[in-house]
Design a protein around this ligand. Structure first.
Ligand code: FES
Length: 279
């Protein structure tokens, strides 16, 4: 299914609803109301029944399938927060970029356009185009309807700077996860940081943090095995790269990768954002 199918359908409806012939407009309205009535009632009952039997977590798991998510969103049976979806998509690339000292700050999501700020770009690190490519790939994979990345950097301020006055800039909030001695090379440790289940992995001395849940399931990854950067889930064998969160065995799911900072023998993980001071 094309990710922007919903937008296409909406465009077609708009075209027909503004047709110059009033009879056509009336027929289109009646048709849409009929289709909506047939589907909405049954779908609402179905989702409520699933929710009642298996809970919200299971519905969220079903919604991990883009086709199911699109259908539920189109009938307002699933909250649509495109900023949250964009943040989740960006999490897939944040850990990797953070290793190069780069933070990605989401500024806004307007339709298919995602506005971000990049912090920490240096001459010695990945160049702007490489970072842009990585961020675009993450958004294309994780955000339905993504069309355009708009960013500004220190040297070439882009349209994003026009957005700054609308929303306060934010920065990551780091919290202690565990001590560096708690995760030997080649090992993993499960931690809970402010209610978030997180898995800390030591890949040949490099520390990485991912969400401690396999794909869209609630099942933890801590019982899996780590071989280099490859994490193999103990439940059904899914394999992920803990550096990028990417699924390695062909599935579409990815793990959210969290920025990590090492300070005074402590491993600290960014679990949220807060307004940046002085902006
Ligand atoms: S829960 Fe991880 S592979 Fe099925």
């Amino acid at each position: 299914m094309k990710p922007d199918l919903l937008e296409e359908v909406q465009r077609l409806i708009d075209t027909l609803e503004s047709h110059p012939d009033p009879a056509v407009r009336e027929a289109v309205t009646a048709l849409l109301q009929g289709v909506d009535a047939v589907h909405r009632t049954a779908l609402t009952h179905l989702v409520n029944a699933i929710r009642g039997m298996a809970g919200d977590a299971f519905v969220n798991r079903l919604a991990g399938d883009p086709a199911v998510r699109l259908l539920l969103m189109s009938y307002e049976l699933l909250a649509v927060d495109r900023r949250v979806l964009a943040e989740e998509a960006l999490d897939a690339v944040r850990g990797h970029l953070h290793d190069h000292g780069i933070d990605v700050e989401l500024v806004d999501v307007v339709g298919g356009a995602v506005y971000v700020r990049l912090h920490g770009l240096r001459d010695s690190g990945p160049d702007l185009e490489a970072v842009r490519h990585d961020v675009e790939e993450a958004l294309r994979t994780g955000l339905l309807g993504f069309q355009e990345l708009v960013l500004g950097d220190r040297a070439t301020p882009g349209p994003v700077l026009l957005q700054v006055g609308l929303r306060r800039a934010q920065r990551p909030v780091y919290r202690r996860a565990c001590g560096t001695a708690d995760v030997a090379p080649g090992r993993m440790t499960a931690v809970d940081v402010e209610g978030q289940p997180i898995l800390i992995a030591n890949v040949e001395g490099e520390i990485h943090a991912v969400t401690n849940r396999c794909g869209d399931t609630p099942l933890p990854l801590q019982f899996g095995t780590l071989d280099g950067a490859e994490l193999r889930c103990s439940w059904h064998g899914c394999r992920y790269d803990v550096r990028t969160g990417k699924r390695l065995d062909g599935g579409a799911e990815h793990l959210a990768v969290l920025p990590v900072a090492i300070e005074d023998d402590e491993i600290r993980v960014a679990v949220g954002v807060e307004p940046a001071v002085g902006r």
